[in-house]
Structure formats: structure tokens, C-alpha cells
Design a protein around this ligand. Structure first.
Ligand code: GAR
Length: 202
């Protein structure tokens, strides 16, 4: 049985597309069973629809409290019985309900080398700081902001003439490869965490 993935997105969905493309090969070991979002009208949802994958949307502003939004999101995710939940450009902090339902099974990809530059503007913050290398981090989500145990990291150079868009695009090329490789390995072999150290393997 392939590993069941629910992917949450907020934007272009190129990381989602990389997972959809990889999962087309049965040897990959995972399938995207649903895609959720926190907003309508995004290319990430269109990518899911074109692939014939069911979608759901929960907008924060449609809920009285953040807890209610988190509970609704968690219920929709759970209805697809995922083995792993992947936040792929999901620009909201998920809450306790989702993390409690899927302990150590919610992964997030972040466009910086954690613990540097957490939050929603990783590439801009790295560029402003003047670092010479940056990259992307795949981690197991915990209650903090981009603080969870690290599954994988990938490094790219910062070029002298970079702007935020060119740097983020270079990161995303490496990020998609890291995400596809790591999620596939986790799907096939599983994951254990000991003292923050993540190990993929049986
Ligand atoms: C990715 O670079 C992802 O790491 C980032 O948004 C981009 C989404 O691209 N996420 C964050 O910044 C979360 N803090 P995509 O929609 O094309 O996959």
C-alpha cells in the first residue's frame, strides 16, 4: 500500500507538483490523496484539480477563532486518513489539534537553513543578512515556528546580483528535489526521532 499524503498549500504549489509528478511512478511509494489550502483561487489547488486529486479549503477568516479553524483543518485532513501530512508552502502556523492527531507525521519545508531565518520571509531575510549560502530545510513540525527536528537540508549559493525572486527560485529548485527524495524515502522506509535526531530507515 502506498503511503497516503495530504499536502497543504497556500500558493503556486510547485512543491506539490513535484510530489504529484513523483507519485505517478508506483515505485515512489506514496500517493497524494488530498490537497488542502487556507485560501481559494490559488495555482496549488488548480494543480490538484488537474491531477484529479480532491481538495478542501479552510479560510481563517471564516472561523470565529484560530482554534476552530485548526479543528476544521484537522478534521478535513483526518478524513483522508493520511500517513504523512506535508506543508508545502502552507503559509499559516498549524495548531495543536492537527499536531496532536498526527504526532511526528506533519512535515514542513522552509526556504532557509534552519534555525536561521524562520517565518514567512526566509529568502528575503537571508539576502538582507548577507549570508553567502542559504537553502531549504525539511522538518517535523512542532509547536514552534520552524523549530522542529530536521529531516533534510539542501544548500545553494547566494550570488552577488541576487534579488529575493532569483534567490528564492534557486532555493525552490533544490527544495523540490530534497522534498521529493525525503518524502519518498520516508514513505518507503519510515522515520524515527531520537533526541531531535531524525533517521530515515526501517
Ligand atoms: C516554498 O519555497 C516554501 O518553502 C515556502 O513557500 C514556497 C512555496 O512554493 N514556504 C514558506 O516560506 C513557509 N514558511 P510553492 O507554492 O511553489 O511550492
Amino acid at each position: 500500500m502506498p503511503c497516503r499524503l495530504v499536502v497543504l498549500v497556500s500558493g503556486a504549489g510547485t512543491n506539490l507538483q513535484a510530489l504529484l509528478d513523483a507519485a505517478a511512478d508506483p515505485a515512489y511509494g506514496a500517493e497524494v490523496v488530498a490537497v488542502g489550502a487556507d485560501r481559494d483561487g490559488i495555482e496549488g489547488l488548480a494543480r490538484a484539480e488537474r491531477a484529479g486529486v480532491p481538495t478542501f479549503v479552510h479560510r481563517l477568516r471564516d472561523h470565529a477563532t484560530r482554534e476552530e479553524w485548526d479543528a476544521a483543518l484537522a478534521a478535513s485532513v483526518a478524513s483522508y486518513a493520511p500517513d504523512v501530512v506535508v506543508l508545502a508552502g502552507f503559509m499559516k502556523l498549524v495548531g495543536e489539534e492537527l499536531l496532536t492527531r498526527f504526532p511526528h507525521r506533519v512535515l514542513n519545508t522552509h526556504p532557509a537553513l534552519c534555525p536561521a531565518f524562520p517565518g514567512t520571509s526566509g529568502p528575503a531575510d537571508a539576502l538582507a543578512y548577507g549570508v553567502k549560502v542559504t537553502g531549504a530545510t525539511l522538518f517535523v513540525v512542532d509547536a514552534g515556528v520552524d523549530t522542529g527536528p530536521i529531516v533534510a537540508q539542501t544548500v545553494v549559493p547566494v550570488e552577488d546580483d541576487d534579488d529575493v525572486a532569483s534567490l528564492h527560485e534557486r532555493i525552490k529548485v533544490a527544495e523540490r528535489r530534497m522534498l521529493v527524495d525525503s518524502v519518498g524515502a520516508i514513505a518507503r522506509d519510515g522515520l524515527t526521532i531520537t533526541d531531535r535526531k531524525v533517521r530515515i530507515g526501517p
